[in-house]
Design a protein around this ligand. Structure first.
Ligand code: PMP
Length: 432
């Protein structure tokens, strides 16, 4: 597959944009360092690049694009919003309408606030939890990603009772000392951390179903245990549902799994492809936020009519009958096909899947936490990614990401992807 235009644009981009990309996850550094593909048009399940190549897209823009690209209902909503002016700096009727829609779908959101990204949403829930509890420390889970604010760019210490260390240059030791990182699906480590730091802990922050070291579900009782231990310690439970909300059901992972956090951060799907974030939770906690309470949070672009209109339109599409059944059907078909490919070959691989989201890890063992996911082989993944791309299958260039199926995908797209995977596995087997 010829991608000379992409290569030339990437060269140009590197002269003007740091690293040639506007988010590091878009770089091909982890998959051999080639030029990322410059896409020009998205339509349903498909992408067309600047060289005229067509791809089946399983990236879904890292999660938001659950309806497929350029869904007509969302496109119309954005166009209408633009005709009425893109930004007011005043409240609008649309914001009320969207708040009600979100609250109906995720009942734990007694009060919400709209922001502009998942990063902002999570960052603010932590500030609110600190304001509400009068405590400082945050417990999070290894490998979960919560955006790029300082507090969540902190790596694990040497054990559950040790403080974290900066995971990015520019994050200070002082900040890292506010954060404790424990393994996912390991209630004993959480208990140990809360035992040591309990009186200082403001919140425990978790992706209720992990989407950032692949798709990893909580083991039975794990989320309930987080609630029990955290509340015993007088701290708040925050769910980061930036990836999970509306991905697996019409509502949050909390609605699917029937566990209720104190606060929730949202993003991605709820913006229908435009920038958005939101956070919310119990009324008395949310009343800590300005202008009612002492925790400050603001945003010039927050609640802008285009993002809110796109979000409402996206949720309207997702309310239609059969949406999540279709995602389940296609997800099961993809899993079954890829499992047959794995069984036909001798490469170590395992699949995690929930509904229309799936991760193919190049490790033979089950993946239940970040350490398991980290064992997925970098070289095998890199070869697989590039061979899939060359056959017109667009995946995320990272072994930790999921394949996202949209409602625009059809059976034929799944069969093509499986056929491409069969070919990729055969080729890789010859090379290793
Ligand atoms: N939380 C989770 C679970 C995420 O997956 C992401 C983004 N991948 C974020 C927060 C940050 O969202 P954003 O990129 O919109 O800032």
């Amino acid at each position: 597959m010829k991608r000379t235009q992409s290569e030339s644009l990437y060269k140009d981009a590197c002269c003007h944009i740091v690293g040639g990309v506007n988010s590091p996850s878009r770089s091909f550094k982890a998959v051999g360092g080639g030029s990322p593909v410059f896409m020009e048009k998205g339509e349903g399940a498909y992408f067309y690049d600047v060289d005229g190549n067509k791809y089946i897209d399983f990236l879904g823009a890292y999660g938001p694009i659950i309806t497929g690209h350029a869904h007509p209902h969302i496109t119309e909503a954005i166009t209408n919003a633009a005709h009425n002016g893109t930004l007011y700096g005043t409240p609008t009727r649309l914001e009320n309408q969207f708040a009600v829609l979100l609250k109906e779908a995720i009942p734990s959101l007694e009060k919400v606030r709209f922001v502009n990204s998942g990063t902002e949403a999570v960052m603010t829930t932590i500030r609110v939890a600190r304001a509400y509890t009068g405590r400082n420390k945050v417990i999070k889970f290894a490998g979960c990603y919560h955006g790029h604010s300082d507090l969540v760019l902190v790596a694990a210490g040497s054990g559950p009772s040790t403080l974290g260390s900066p995971d990015s240059a520019g994050v200070t030791e002082n900040i890292a000392e506010e954060v404790i990182t424990v393994p996912f699906n390991d209630p004993n480590s959480l208990e140990e951390a809360l035992h040591k730091w309990g009186d200082d802990v403001a919140c425990v922050l978790v992706e209720p179903i992990v989407g950032n070291f692949g798709i990893v579900e909580p083991e039975a009782g794990f989320l309930e245990k987080i609630n029990e231990l955290t509340h015993q310690a007088g701290a708040l439970v925050i769910y980061d549902e930036v990836i999970t909300a509306f991905r697996f059901t019409y509502g949050g992972a909390q609605d699917l799994l029937q566990v209720t956090p104190d606060m929730t951060a949202l993003g991605k799907i709820i913006g229908g492809g435009l920038p958005i974030g939101a956070y919310g939770g119990k009324t008395d906690i949310m009343e800590s936020v300005a202008p009612l309470g002492p925790a400050y949070q603001a945003g010039t672009m927050s609640g802008n009519p285009a993002s809110i209109s796109a979000g409402i339109a996206c949720l309207e599409v997702l309310q239609q009958d059969g949406i999540y059944e279709k995602l389940e059907r296609l997800g099961a078909l993809l899993e079954e096909g890829l499992q047959t490919v794995i069984d036909n070959h001798s490469l170590p691989a395992t699949i995690n899947r929930l509904r229309g989201a799936l991760t193919l890890y190049f490790t033979p063992s089950p993946v239940k936490n970040y350490d398991d996911a980290d064992k997925s082989d970098d070289i095998l993944f890199s070869k697989f990614f590039n061979k899939m791309l060359d056959q017109g299958i667009n995946l995320a260039p990272s072994k930790y990401e999921a394949w996202f199926i949209t409602i625009a995908h059809e059976e034929k797209d799944i069969y093509k992807a499986v056929e491409a995977a069969e070919h990729a596995f055969s080729e890789i087997e010859k090379e290793v």
